[in-house]
Write a protein that binds this ligand. Structure first.
Ligand code: GLP
Length: 242
């Protein structure tokens, strides 16, 4: 893993956005895997600026959202599909028919996961996967467990993850869905490159275990040790356990 530590959140966002823009220059039809969450907001803001300045061209790119809550439509305020569309896709000229999200409100959730996995494979797999990390070491919604399914799948959320997501539901943890759909660890590991972003003291322990600990399904991000092209962008608090 290549670890990069930044003094400010702005520097981290600028560097990660430049890295994405570089990837678009090298391969205009790159397939991006994109997370929701607080951490990538600065990167998406910077990517909007680069796109407006003509320094990032998304017109031939494809993008897949990383995960979604079960039971909510893509128009719901807490939808990750909506989040990524509003923070990035609508503003950078990526054609909307090439932005894919998981439908958490599908009648048949297994069929939805299979459809999504097939769409990713049809697109040629993920070229550049951006990730955040949960305080418990999850990536996407791949929660710590005794084993981790490889492809896109349905998952039961842990209490801590539901509490951490309450802000998206007016602070009411009871309204946070108990399940989610997520791209699996196998799909993430098949991406050509991975950039993981982490900010803040609350991520320091899971970041340290991701980099130094054993590869274990109890810390899903540790599987990234098995990937040959992972860059980790950290602010100082997230890097404070090294
Ligand atoms: C969420 C999402 C992840 C995200 C992570 C960190 O639950 N499922 O995709 O990367 O937790 O979120 P944040 O960046 O808001 O800390």
């Amino acid at each position: 893993m290549e670890i990069r530590v930044f003094t400010t959140s702005e520097e981290l966002a600028r560097a990660a956005a430049r890295r994405v823009a570089e990837s678009l220059r090298q391969r205009p039809d790159v397939v991006l895997g994109l997370p929701a969450g607080r951490t990538p907001i600065g990167v998406y803001t910077e990517l909007r600026r680069l796109a407006a300045a003509g320094e990032a061209d998304f017109s031939s790119a494809t993008a897949f959202a990383l995960d979604e809550f079960v039971g909510i439509e893509h128009t719901h305020p807490a939808s990750f599909h909506r989040f990524i569309r509003e923070h990035l896709i609508e503003h950078v000229g990526l054609p909307h028919e090439r932005f894919h999200g998981l439908n958490g409100a599908a009648d048949d959730l297994q069929a939805e996961c299979d459809r999504y996995e097939a769409a990713i494979q049809r697109a040629g797999g993920i070229g550049l996967q951006l990730l955040g990390i949960g305080g418990n070491g999850h990536i996407g919604f791949n929660e710590p467990a005794s084993e981790l399914p490889a492809p896109t799948h349905r998952v039961t959320l842990l209490d801590g993850t539901r509490r951490a997501s309450a802000a998206l539901f007016d602070g009411d943890v009871a309204r946070v869905p108990r399940e989610a759909l997520t791209i699996g660890i196998g799909t993430i590991l098949k991406a050509e490159s991975v950039i993981l972003l982490a900010e803040g003291e609350s991520k320091a322990a899971s970041v340290e275990r991701m980099v130094r600990g054993p590869i274990t399904p109890q810390l899903p991000a540790s599987f990234l040790q098995a990937h040959r092209a992972v860059e980790v962008y950290l602010d100082r608090p997230a890097a404070s356990r090294f």
